[in-house]
Design a protein around this ligand. Structure first.
Ligand SMILES: Nc1ncnc2c1ncn2[C@@H]1O[C@H](COP(=O)(O)OP(=O)(O)OP(=O)(O)O)[C@@H](O)[C@H]1O
Ligand SMILES: [Mg+2]
Length: 407
């Protein structure tokens, strides 16, 4: 603690200094005889408290106070004015210019020391508060950074989980497209043989038999089917790839953009199809809802989390038997809503409050990290100013509702 005493009277300076030194206040004391000298000392020392006389030569107390308050780096300095002037106007000017307190001259020991102590206490409190706020800010940025990492990790885990399913989904149509190609190759051989034979027959002025004609007609019919089927297979692959790209929006930055919840739901269901189709029949009602501004890839990630949780819960209840999953989008007040309803195992009452906590999971090790819902909460509630509602009982299953504000 460094206290600067500014007074043009040497006697007053010595008085004040003695008072402080005789008290229990632990401080180093510097002295200045006028305002200008005080500013010079402030410039080259870290002063905590200034005791400032008002009537002084060179630069008076009010002007000095004004200069101190103009300098941002001295914001933390407490200035106590002391003077024999008792005019109300002067007092008001001191406080308006940023003085912390006012001490009457001639200074009286008890009042002087207690007001000084007060200023020091105030100063220490402010410092503690400042440190506290800095600490909170630091923690906040650590938490935010951790959150970004968690979202990233969760996303990678989800994509990993999906990758196998998507590979499988693409493999099927590619499989039959390939086998169709084999058949086409054989047919081409048949057609070529037929062509050669017709040329030969033509040369020998003989006729194509009825059998030949029927065979070849069959080949043509089948070829038409093959083209039709192959087209369906290739369309399916194209659609899966497109949905995968929409789902992750790899080509876009993580910024707000127009987002259609119905499209997001459609893409997510295609991408997650392989993870759903062995456990649940899916019933979807796409409502008439407006587009909103959102980070699409993140909302899709939330949809995926809700859907995969629902499927897990159905699987846990039904084992190998198929269950039911109902998805619905609609508009309610100023929100668009996605409802994910499953007839799975339900959630115990005592777990409801923990659902959105990071690492809360009831799944076996390796089955769930307990991150899906906490990351979803961050995305929907913190980032998109939306909300969640959950209703569940262990008899009839669970409904999660995700609300996203329209504006
Ligand atoms: N539809 C649901 N039915 C029953 N329980 C659910 C449902 N959704 C969530 N839960 C419960 O909430 C817990 C937390 O879900 P969350 O998605 O956060 O983590 P997880 O699914 O366990 O793991 P992760 O999502 O990280 O793979 C689950 O373990 C489960 O107990
Ligand atoms: Mg989950």
């Amino acid at each position: 603690m460094i206290i600067l005493i500014v007074d043009d009277s040497k006697l007053n300076r010595v008085y004040a200094k003695n008072f402080v030194e005789n008290s229990t206040i632990e401080a180093e004391i510097l002295l200045a005889a006028d305002g200008q000298e005080a500013l010079d000392i402030l410039n080259s020392n870290t002063i905590d408290v200034v005791l400032l006389d008002i009537v002084m030569p060179v630069m008076n107390g009010l002007e000095t106070l004004k200069q101190i308050r103009l300098n941002k780096s001295w914001d933390h300095v407490k200035v106590l004015m002391y003077s024999s002037i008792t005019e109300q106007e002067m007092l008001r000017a001191c406080f308006e210019l940023g003085a912390s307190d006012f001490i009457h001259k001639p200074i009286e020991e008890v009042e002087f020391i207690s007001r000084l102590r007060n200023a020091i206490r105030q100063k220490n409190n402010e410092l503690a508060l400042k440190n506290y706020i800095e600490e909170i800010e630091k923690q906040k940025s650590i938490i935010m950074e951790t959150n970004v990492h968690l979202i990233q990790a969760e996303k990678m885990a989800a994509i990993g989980q999906l990758a196998a399913g998507v590979a499988h989904e693409i493999n099927n149509p590619i499989g039959f497209v390939l086998s169709n190609f084999e058949v086409l190759k054989d047919y081409m051989k048949d057609l070529y043989e037929f062509y050669e034979r017709s040329v030969f027959l033509n040369h020998h002025q003989s006729e194509i038999t009825q059998d030949d004609e029927e065979d070849i007609n069959e080949v043509f019919e089948d070829i038409a089917n093959i083209f039709e089927e192959t087209k369906i297979g290739l369309d399916r692959v194209t659609q899966i790839v497109k949905s995968l790209r929409n789902f992750s929006r790899i080509d876009l930055t993580q910024e707000l953009d127009y987002y259609d919840l119905n499209e997001g739901l459609k893409d997510t269901l295609i991408v997650a199809n392989n993870n759903i189709k062995y456990n649940a029949y899916v019933n979807v009602e796409y409502g008439d809802i407006p587009q909103i501004m959102a980070i699409g890839s993140e909302i899709n990630q939330v949809i995926l989390n809700l859907v995969l949780n629902a499927v897990d819960s159905i699987r846990e209840k039904n084992g190998n038997e198929m269950g039911h999953l109902y998805l619905k989008t609609y508009k309610k007040n100023n929100y668009i809503v996605l409802s994910v309803l499953d007839y799975g195992i339900g959630i115990a009452d005592e777990h409801i409050k923990d659902l959105f906590n990071p690492f809360f999971t009831t799944k076996d090790v390796g089955q769930g990290m307990g991150l899906g819902l906490s990351v979803s909460y961050d995305i929907v509630v913190n980032k998109h100013k939306g909300k969640f509602e959950v209703e569940s009982d262990e008899e009839s299953g669970t409904e999660f509702r995700m609300y996203l504000p329209i504006e």
